[in-house]
Ligand binder design. Structure first.
Ligand SMILES: C[S@@+](CC[C@H](N)C(=O)[O-])C[C@H]1O[C@@H](n2cnc3c(N)ncnc32)[C@H](O)[C@@H]1O
Length: 503
């Protein structure tokens, strides 16, 4: 491959950039490195030799800022990985709030590598949502990133619809105001809950930059560690651990939990996730099901034997008291049931999955908290119905899911597959176009649209869609797996499209 910057120089750049920022640029990523460095050199009006000399000595902050702004991937969105936010609400926060030995009513969160702020703001929204429970608690939420441009955006609090692609409509309506140009402004009281600081995680001492000298309760470092080399990763994890309070939580992205191997941590398994708590194993909290445990206690013991403290907590959370009368039948929390339905689905027991999901979705309330996975439940139900051939039901639930997350391109894509199964190609094309409108880079939507238009004998339009797919595919690594492709790699799809001789 032809590169503007010679390979030897790229190698040296990769080493220097890793030293200053921790960012890891192995050879496979040299195209991106080349591009990023070229634009920094252009901005600074210098040449590559001067630039390297500057990095070899002691580069000023402006140069590091400019480099990181060009080289980091700030991909993020509100409520990214709802599974995590559900666990945070139901298990981690509950564990903190209900812990009998907790002396202070204070929780400090730190989102390390927060990009443009969607992650710490999502925590603020969750906390606001849980307000009755956390009424007298002092909550601090810090967001930090190395990239000053991303932080500026975070502080302003304006987000495009793309940042809200997995945000339930109810939350959008409650916490955002539509602004010009398809943007949404976050509610002022949520904006005020988060403080932002610029921090390079490779730098020595964190508290001063964060202006926080107290130990943290929950540190999120999600989808950040994977950009560092092993040495950088380990040193960051060590420093993050030093800032955590005993029993504090270290939350990484789904692909990063294996990086946390320090002996001071206990790994705690949750449904579809593994997080790390600082401290030795704790029997009562390592099976993290406080809601269910407490329900069982409430439902099976006469009131007199329930400790007064526990009763107070139950009253605070609006749980039912039995007053010594016959206990109501135990209820499973929705989240547990969702996990069971998901397991049934994965075992291809679609009818069982349908049964459970219908129960979850028919319950208006379960405890005082909203169920974050409602849209996921509807989507799963639609898929389960589609798998048993009940396409009308599948369509109904898919449309209901769209009603709850109108900006989510993936649900429109699912709807298009249901229409395809029902043989309604017109409607499938329409859904795919909606999906592409919401995510112009949705490769499989472009490709499927191309195939359907071909089927409809519209070669010109089909070719356009295939070309759109190709131009996005060419920016991907050949072995990158494409979402919604059932495991197909980018290179394979390029071959497939080319073999179709669309030109
Ligand atoms: C993919 S985003 C993750 C955002 C958010 N945590 C999430 O999961 O949605 C990665 C972020 O890590 C930041 N980052 C990369 N290297 C960093 C460093 N050395 N110090 C601090 N932040 C860094 C990038 O600027 C980028 O905003």
């Amino acid at each position: 491959m032809i590169r503007d910057i010679p390979e030897k120089t790229l190698e040296e750049l990769s080493r220097l950039i890793s030293t200053h920022t921790g960012l890891y640029f192995p050879e496979q990523k040299w195209t991106a490195l080349n591009k990023g460095v070229q634009s920094v050199i252009n901005d600074l009006d210098t040449d590559i030799h001067q630039f390297i000399r500057c990095l070899q000595v002691s580069p000023p902050k402006e140069i590091i800022d400019s480099l990181t702004a060009r080289l980091t991937i700030g991909e993020t969105y509100f409520l990214r990985d709802k599974n995590f936010f559900q666990i945070l609400q139901d298990h981690i926060l509950r564990g903190i709030i209900e812990h009998p030995k907790r002396k202070t009513k204070k929780i400090i969160f730190w989102s390390a590598g927060c990009a443009s702020g969607e992650e710490p703001y999502s925590i603020a929204i969750l906390i606001d949502h849980m307000f009755p429970v956390l009424k007298n608690w002092d909550i601090t939420i810090i967001g930090s990133d190395i990239n000053p441009v991303a932080l500026e955006k975070a502080r302003k609090g304006f987000f495009s619809s793309w940042s809200m692609r997995e945000t339930p409509e109810k939350i959008i309506k409650k916490y955002f105001t539509p602004a010009a140009g398809n943007y949404f402004q976050i509610a002022p009281h949520i904006r005020q809950m988060v403080q932002f600081s610029q921090l390079n995680l490779m730098d020595g001492y964190y508290p001063a930059a964060l202006n926080c000298y107290e130990p943290m309760d929950i540190i999120l470092c999600r989808n950040v560690l994977m950009y560092f080399n092993e040495h950088g990763r380990n040193s960051v994890i060590q420093k993050l651990s030093g800032l955590l309070i005993d029993n504090g939580w270290m939350i990484t992205g789904p692909a990063e939990s294996g990086f946390v191997n320090l002996p001071e941590f206990t790994s705690v398994r949750f449904p579809n996730a593994l997080y790390h708590r600082k401290g030795p194993p704790r029997k009562e909290f390592e099976t993290p099901r406080p809601i269910r445990v407490s329900r069982e206690i409430i439902n099976t013991r006469p009131a007199a034997s329930v400790p007064a403290e526990r009763r107070k907590l139950d009253q605070r959370y609006g749980r039912r008291q039995t007053d010594g009368k016959a206990p109501p039948s135990p209820e499973k929390p929705k989240y547990d049931m969702y996990q069971e339905a998901l397991r049934d689905y994965n075992l291809r027991d679609y009818s069982q999955s349908v049964k459970k999901l219908l129960v979850i979705l028919s319950k208006e309330q379960n405890g005082s908290n909203a169920f974050l996975m409602k849209t996921e439940s509807m989507v799963l139900l639609a898929k389960a119905y589609a798998n048993i051939g009940e396409l009308e039901q599948a369509r109904t639930w898919c449309e209901k899911a769209i009603g709850t997350e109108k900006l989510n391109p993936e649900i429109y894509y699912l709807l298009s597959t249901i229409f395809q199964s029902a043989g309604d190609i017109e409607a499938a094309v329409k859904s795919l176009k909606q999906s592409i409108y919401l995510d112009p880079e949705f490769i499989m939507a472009h490709f499927t649209l191309g195939m359907l238009l071909r089927q409809k004998q519209m070669p010109g339009e089909s070719k356009k869609s295939m070309q759109n797919a190709l131009s996005i595919l060419e920016l991907k690594d050949a072995d990158e797996t494409l979402p919604f492709s059932e495991g197909m790699a980018a290179g394979r799809l390029i071959e497939t499209i080319k073999s179709m001789k669309i030109n």
